[in-house]
Design a protein around this ligand. Structure first.
Ligand code: FAD
Ligand code: UDP
Length: 378
């Protein structure tokens, strides 16, 4: 073995695939019973509809190298992601665009008139000086739109006061003064034609790659454990960074999600793939209806039932799946301490969402792995 990769998510798979293609023998271990990390999907047993087990995953990128790379393993459909939100019993388009603004204010404003209105309502904060998510959101869209669509959704999703969250979270959502309601701004987007798992499986399908599932790096009963491998073989570690150091600089906080699945006896439950619920009195953040991610499979999917998943968000304990880094000021201090400790680990390379404690989309995880491979490992 020339390289041990801990974690078979897109970061670990990209490293393993590159190493295998250049003639290195690689072992990938994962504590789960499947490869692919959080991008894994499977066919729902009652409907045959592809369901993303760890929450809906939409691929999008503007990075030509990443786009070229992923197309070696799968083609993508022309699915374009659009999201709607329900606020006080009315459905509005997201991200906030001229349609949302005109519907909310019951107006027919032109782009310039809408800009002028939002500028007037946003005056209390300057976007460049915004210190937290609330200030940044108000600076971008003004207080009335913030209170309707962002404040309570964000509080539900992060279980944290928006004034204690970093401003960057909201920068993920564009604000548009036209009627374009594409959720992402990227040049390319789509879903893998024959599903995520087919894509992820092809990445690991190489004679130089061995995959060992159900294998936890910290389990001393298995041969690829930390004590037996660190210092013996180069390691790319994509598990949680605080766990690696046995939480010696404190626990980093994460959000986890609970998914509540239901099969509903109708052909179409909500008419779209994702409906957000902006208000505090609805306990879940959104409902995913998976059939809408693949309209091209309409002939294969049943017409008398559909599968929906309600998503609930809460703080993660050690026993939960860590999904989103919360990134409070205390977390940022802890992360700096772990980065220092990581520098002292000879031949261990920390990567991916858990290993770097970063909110990485798939294309970012793949791009970061391609860079780590060519700049540090190759
Ligand atoms: P992961 O996929 O988390 O993989 C890490 C792997 O390491 C896991 O398989 C885990 O089991 C394994 N592991 C951890 N600890 C150990 C251990 N001790 N021993 C062995 N194995 C271990 N991105 C998008 O581009 N579009 C989206 O729409 C999107 N939606 C998302 C929705 C949700 C709910 C979440 C959580 C993420 C979403 N993402 C999305 C991000 C996407 O999941 C990540 O970018 C991608 O999974 C990153 O891959 P990774 O390899 O860093 O981590
Ligand atoms: N957000 C919101 N209202 C919405 C959708 C998003 O306030 O209806 C905020 C929320 O803080 C969220 C952030 O925008 O964390 C980024 O949204 P995105 O949909 O990218 O979150 P993800 O899909 O990664 O959970």
């Amino acid at each position: 073995m020339d390289l041990l990769v801990v974690g078979s998510g897109l970061f670990g798979l990209t490293i393993a695939e590159r190493a295998a293609a250049s003639g290195r023998k690689v072992t990938i271990i994962d504590r789960r019973d499947h490869i692919g990390g959080n991008a894994f999907s499977e066919d729902d047993p009652d409907t045959g509809i592809e369901v993303h087990r760890y929450g809906a995953h939409l691929f999008h990128t503007s990075n030509p190298s990443v786009w070229e790379y992923v197309n070696r393993f799968t083609s993508f459909t022309n699915y374009t992601h659009r999201v709607y939100t329900t606020h006080r019993g009315v459905v509005y388009p997201l991200p906030i665009n001229l349609g949302t603004i005109n519907q909310f204010f019951r107006a027919a404003l032109s782009p310039d008139e809408a800009r002028a209105l939002v500028r007037e309502q946003a005056g209390e904060f300057d976007p460049s000086g915004a210190a937290n998510l609330e200030e940044k959101a108000i600076a971008l869209i003004g207080r009335p739109l913030y209170e309707a669509f962002i404040r309570d959704y964000t509080a539900k999703q992060w279980q944290t006061d928006p004034r204690d969250l970093p401003a960057e979270i909201i920068s993920r959502l564009p604000v548009r003064y036209n009627y374009d309601n594409r959720y992402f701004n990227d040049r390319w987007e789509g879903l893998p034609v024959d599903g995520y798992t087919a894509w992820l499986t092809r990445m690991a399908d190489h004679p130089n790659i061995d995959v060992s599932l159900g294998t936890d790096f910290f389990d001393e009963a298995q041969p690829f454990n930390k004590a037996a491998t660190v210092g013996q073989v180069p390691i790319v570690y994509t598990g949680a960074v605080d766990r690696y150091f046995d939480y010696s600089a404190g626990e980093l906080s994460w959000r986890t999600l609970d998914f509540e699945r239901a099969v509903v006896p109708v052909s179409d439950f909500q008419g779209t793939s994702v409906m957000n619920y902006a208000d505090r009195d609805v306990p879940f953040t959104r409902i995913h209806e998976f059939r809408h991610f693949h309209p091209e499979r309409a002939d294969r999917y049943p017409s008398d039932r559909t599968v929906i998943v309600r998503e609930y968000s809460r703080f993660a304990s050690r026993a939960d799946e860590p999904y989103y880094p919360v990134n409070t000021p205390a977390d940022r201090a802890g992360l700096l301490a772990y980065r220092e400790l990581a520098k002292g680990e000879a031949d261990v390379y920390f990567g991916g969402r858990l290993g770097t404690y970063q909110y990485l989309d798939m294309h970012m995880a793949i791009g970061a792995a391609l860079s780590m491979w060519s700049n540090r490992l190759a």
